[in-house]
Design a protein around this ligand. Structure first.
Ligand code: C2E
Ligand code: CA
Ligand code: CA
Length: 577
């Protein structure tokens, strides 16, 4: 750099006596070169800040010129707040060390770690000072970057395994015992290899980054997020941990697809959980990770998207809930779902005219579970979509079989949840089920609860119109419990009002209920709808419903829900109520 060397000659400030035309002694040249090579800022200054010598680093960083060769930082140091302190140190030991900030040539701030050496003190007067300074701002940034790199996963920027373990161990050793609590989730992406096989490694990496980002958005700020293996992530949530909320968050993670280079990628994860509580603390971070790992391993055996908890002391509701989710997925796969039919009776003739299909779940241990124990979870997780399709096809197939064996034109009612109603394929699903079974739309009725309809009346009207176009009958279920606006009701293409069981239960004992049932029946008449009563348990209730002019009824008094074969047998006996 010959130009720079020339510049240097102009800029460099030498000790008195060596400037000007006098050629430099070889040793001085050598020293100057050595000082210039240093990254440290090395200067000789007068207490006023006037620079007598500056090496290359100092000249570059401080932007000194022959016209303005003043190191203002020194001036400030020797006359500012720290003056007393600095002078005393210099007088006592000819040296002072400390931090100072000053401005760079470009006006930005430079943070320096400084050693000041007083060259000569004459009766309390310092003639010159040697300054050796390091730009610590840069070093700190570098240090930070280095620690970050050793603590974090290079691809996703999340914590790495050692850092996660350190965090866990730190928490488990917290002097405040109550704070030694938290839940560790180990999330393993299902069949990640399929993703990389089909999209390539780079896209696979992008999926991992996108997943990490979703973790960041989903879990609270106090959670530690880590990538602990190729496609394995860990989330540690300190505190008591609301497991229900965690479950919701895990489900949130994979609910929406990932878009990678325009390709839609659907992921599911198996989750293993380990919990530590003040009462039963984990022995170490390593132990917790092992437990979560073991739980994830067991979950994997049960299939995609499942959970396992490694913690006997967990509060049992949440565990039940987790189990239900895992088990329901399996139930769908392994055809553990079943259906029972409850007859509907025409009150004018007393004969069976229809049946409501009610979902049951026959678990591997032979238990027959009722919807009350799993329907909500199915709704929350979206599993209801597939379960709903299943029962639609089942009911349509049974309707076809019934017509073949008895020639009876029984109408089968199927419940549709709000989740199904909102689903874009709702009407197509129904059409496909009818077509597959080869039955006419008049064989099927769909029951939608009043609250589901009122959830979004505009959207409901669209879907119901499409269903109506198929030719199926539509019933408003649990009528009287929601907040129906009659105005809306009139606009929706519905055919049936099902009087909620709670009002029927009060028939004969509560005059209020009697009045409500009567009003619903009259409303149905006015709107040209069919009134159906559900939950009829006594002959008195049946009698009163007849008197009120209700068209159809179902309930334990006539028949409980039963398997298809039993229903067929019952129908063959042509009972009359
Ligand atoms: P729902 O649609 O109101 O169904 C009627 C419920 O009342 C059924 O309960 C039935 O067994 C019960 N029931 C019938 N007669 C009587 C009676 O005389 N007394 C009493 N106390 N109860 C009676 P289940 O089968 O437990 O179903 C509960 C709810 O689960 C259903 O209420 C429905 O909302 C939902 N559900 C059932 N199957 C399905 C399904 O396939 N899809 C959807 N989305 N929901 C379903
Ligand atoms: Ca129903
Ligand atoms: Ca109902």
């Amino acid at each position: 750099m010959p130009d720079a060397a020339n510049d240097d000659d102009n800029v460099v400030l030498l000790l008195p006596g060596t400037s000007g035309t006098t050629p430099e002694a070889p040793l001085v040249v050598r020293l100057r070169e050595a000082l210039d090579a240093s990254d440290e800022l090395i200067l000789v200054v007068e207490p006023s800040g006037r620079v007598l010598f500056a090496n290359r680093s100092a000249r570059d960083q401080l932007g000194l010129s022959p016209q303005d060769a003043v190191f203002r930082g020194i001036e400030a140091l020797l006359s500012g707040d720290r003056r007393e302190h600095v002078w005393r140190a210099l007088e006592d030991s000819q040296a002072w060390r400390g931090d100072m900030a000053t401005t760079r040539a470009d006006g930005s701030t430079i943070q320096l770690e400084v050693a000041l050496l007083a060259d000569a003190i004459d009766s309390g007067d310092i003639r010159s000072l040697t300054v050796i300074a390091n730009d610590v701002g840069e070093r700190r940034a570098l240090e930070d970057a280095l620690t970050h790199r050793t603590n974090h996963d290079g691809l996703t920027g999340l914590a790495n395994r050692p850092h996660l373990l350190a965090t866990l161990n730190e928490l488990l050793a917290d002097p405040d015992v109550q704070r030694r609590a938290g839940t560790l989730l180990l999330l393993d992406i299902d069949e990640f290899r399929t993703v990389t096989n089909s999209l390539g490694h780079e896209a696979g990496d992008r999926v991992l980054v996108a997943f990490a980002y979703r973790l960041l958005r989903t879990f609270p700020a106090d959670a530690t997020l880590a990538r602990v293996g190729g496609d394995e992530f860990a989330v540690f949530c300190p505190g008591d941990g609301d497991l229900d909320a965690l479950v919701e968050q895990i489900q949130q993670l994979t609910r929406a697809p990932f878009f990678i280079d325009g390709t839609e990628v659907h992921l599911s994860v198996v989750t293993g959980m380990a919990v530590t509580t003040p009462a039963e603390p984990a022995s170490s971070g390593e132990a917790m990770l092992r437990e979560a790992d073991a739980a994830a391993y067991r979950a994997k055996e049960r299939g995609r998207g499942t959970f396992e908890v490694f913690a006997p002391q967990l509060h049992s509701d949440a565990v039940d809930r987790l189990d239900v989710v895992s088990d329901l997925r399996r139930a769908l796969r392994q055809e553990e779902l079943a259906v029972e039919y409850q007859p509907k009776v025409d009150l004018a003739t007393g004969t069976i005219v229809g049946a409501e299909a009610l979902m049951r779940w026959r678990t591997p241990d032979g238990e027959m579970r009722q919807p009350g124990s799993f329907m909500q979870v199915a709704e929350d997780t979206g599993l209801i979509i597939d379960m709903g399709r299943w029962i639609l096809h089942r009911a349509c197939a049974d309707a076809a079989a019934m017509a073949d064996s008895l020639g009876a034109s029984i109408r089968f009612s199927v419940n549709l949840s709000v989740r199904q109603l909102d689903h874009p394929s709702c009407a197509d699903d129904v059409a496909l089920a009818l077509e597959t079974a080869g039955i006419g739309p008049d064989r099927i009725e769909l029951e939608v609860t009043e609250s589901a309809l009122m959830n979004d009346v505009g959207a409901s009207a669209d879907v119901l119109n499409r269903l109506k176009d198929l030719g199926v009958r539509i019933a408003v279920d649990d009528f009287g419990t929601g907040y129906s606006s009659l105005q809306y009701l009139q606009k929706l293409p519905v055919d049936v009002l099902k009087v909620d069981r709670s009002f029927v239960a009060g028939l004969g004992t509560s005059s209020g209920d009697h009045a409500i049932v009567g009003a619903v029946v009259q409303l149905a008449e006015a709107l040209e709808l069919v009134a159906v009563a559900e939950g009829v348990e006594t002959p008195e209730q049946l009698q009163l419903l007849r008197e009120l002019g209700c068209a159809e009824a179902q309930g334990y008094f006539m028949a409980r829900p039963m398997p298809f074969e039993d229903f067929r047998d019952l129908l063959a006996r042509r009972p009359v109520w």
